[in-house]
Design a protein around this ligand. Structure first.
Ligand SMILES: [Zn+2]
Length: 180
């Protein structure tokens, strides 16, 4: 199911604390340095996806301007900074990617993902938040996106959405239609 050659236990070869090559995996996602006893766990990283609808009930998607999945569709969002809340991350990411303020954040659902970045599997838990804004007409594509597009959840081509978690969030939006 997960990608073997990019999995942390097959990529990380040296202790990040003392640099020792005696850094064996002690489980499917843990390591212990044989020299300095540093214990490292490859846990899930938290990320947010923001669900913003326009007045026609169409959902905002972004086009990725970076690898992985350059040129494919995505939901706006990104990694949560250390010590940040999901709501703060959602507001910050929309400001960075689209230059607009959002408010009234409401947790919707979460799905896991394997995000392969620089040849390394970053396991994420993507938290989806519904949000509101009065500023959709002021959006500009910035940061790591090239453009934005609106589609009804049932009309978006899921093959254009490479991320498994984003596909699952869209499916859940369709299943729960009328309740949010
Ligand atoms: Zn060490």
């Amino acid at each position: 199911m997960v990608n073997n050659n990019t999995h942390p236990v097959n990529v990380l070869k040296f202790c990040p604390r003392c640099g020792s090559a005696n850094f064996p995996a002690t489980g499917s996602r843990s390591f212990k340095c044989g020299d300095c006893s540093f214990n490292y766990f490859a846990n899930s990283s938290a990320a947010v996806a923001v669900l913003l609808f326009n007045e026609h009930g169409e959902l905002l998607f972004t086009r990725r301007a970076i690898e992985p999945h350059f040129g494919k569709l995505d939901l706006p969002g990104g990694f949560i900074d250390p010590m940040e809340t999901g709501e703060q991350a959602a507001i910050r990411e929309i400001q960075e990617e689209l230059g607009i303020p959002v408010h009234s954040l409401q947790y919707f659902c979460s799905y896991p993902n394997e995000y392969i970045f620089s040849g390394y599997s970053v396991f994420t838990l993507d938290l989806a938040f519904l949000a509101k804004t009065e500023s959709l007409h002021l959006m500009t594509a910035m940061d790591d996106i090239s453009s934005f597009e609106f589609y009804k959840p049932q009309d978006v081509n899921l093959a254009e959405l490479p991320s498994v978690s984003m596909k699952n969030i869209i499916k859940e939006l369709m299943q729960r239609e009328g309740t949010y």
